[in-house]
Design a protein around this ligand. Structure first.
Ligand code: IMP
Ligand code: MG
Length: 178
């Protein structure tokens, strides 16, 4: 088992500062409810918030994927409740990574159904894979190849979230394909 460093702490923090400046310029005229997706987005959302002069709400949502009983596909569900504060508001969803797009597509539909005025997305990473669901993401930290990554909130079976950098998870210890 090996973690091959991919995006250093320094690069992440630099990009987070840039994204915060972009968000401040484009979103703060109509301050959104920021909704971070647990648990992966916690470090990213915390660092973004540290650069934003935000008086608005910062909420959280947990989304889990389960194997539907009638379908072989993974269907996301909200664990617990969606915050009431999204009703009639612009919502900015902050997540760790866009992969198949299922999670963000699901959140988009669910938030609009629950009365959000509009929904925008800010992700730290966007994987270069064909999307199962086509989601428009307004803010992207880094585009990466189709590799399983950990660190800075991203986990493998609950581990590695605390790393300050993002690395490629190599289960067999090889760095092949990098
Ligand atoms: P999607 O619904 O397929 O777009 O996947 C989104 C979620 O899958 C992310 O929020 C992560 O929790 C998880 N995920 C996808 N790719 C990775 C990865 O490379 N490392 C860790 N988690 C991942
Ligand atoms: Mg996630």
């Amino acid at each position: 088992m090996k973690i091959e460093p991919l995006i250093s702490e320094e690069r992440i923090q630099g990009r987070v500062r840039e994204l915060a400046a972009e968000l401040a310029a484009k979103e703060m005229s109509h301050p959104p409810v920021c909704l971070m997706v647990l648990q992966g987005a916690v470090p990213f959302a915390r660092d973004l918030a540290g650069h934003l002069d935000m008086e608005g709400k910062f909420e959280e949502v947990a989304v889990s994927s389960y194997l539907g009983t009638t379908s072989a596909q993974r269907n996301p569900v909200v664990v617990g409740k969606l915050p009431e504060s999204i009703r009639g508001r612009h919502v900015l969803v902050i997540d760790d990574i866009l992969d198949t797009g299922r999670t963000l597509d699901f959140l988009h539909r669910t938030l609009v159904e629950q009365g959000a005025l509009d929904v925008r997305f800010c992700v730290l990473l966007r994987k270069d894979v064909p999307r199962v669901c086509d989601v428009a993401v307004e803010y992207v930290g880094f585009d990466i190849q189709n590799e399983f990554v950990v660190g800075y909130g991203l986990d493998f079976q609950g581990d590695y979230r605390g790393l300050p950098y993002v690395g490629v998870f190599c289960p067999d210890g090889s760095a092949e394909g990098l």
